[in-house]
Design a protein around this ligand. Sequence first.
Ligand code: FES
Length: 160
Amino acid sequence: MKFSSCNGKEEKYSRLREAIKEYRNSPGPLIQILDRAQNIFGYLPKEVLRFIAKETGFSSSRVYGVVTFYESFRLHPVGKYTIKLCLGTACHVRGASAIVDEIETLLGIKRGETTKDRKFTLQTVNCLGSCALGPVAVIDGNYHGHLTRRKVGRVLKEYQ
Ligand code: FES
């Protein structure tokens, strides 16, 4: 398979080839290879999945099946900042749905999407283990609790 050298693509595929060689004979090689591929490319585009299937001999459906089974694998690029907003019970009863609506409006994206400038990705989760802070979101590893519609706008500005 030949790739153009734009954006260091060739170099990325070369690193992926090395990872495939390294993990080929280890237990559970596919997960390790996919994990390395995601580190290299930032996510797992279809083209990369086809490459992995071809190089490893695993069927495309097996590769795709593993990717879609584990939440940690991403099929789409993510933004510089990932917003993980909790919609678990404790946060839900304190108005987390309104916070999601507000973020979607402010950023012009829906859950699971990334802004066009690739700055933010919005994800919802079931619990962040900080129920007392609800509604709570984690952005770039920072916890933001007791969110209100007004407060979440201010919080997002910190990352602009
Ligand atoms: S339910 Fe939201 S942090 Fe636990």
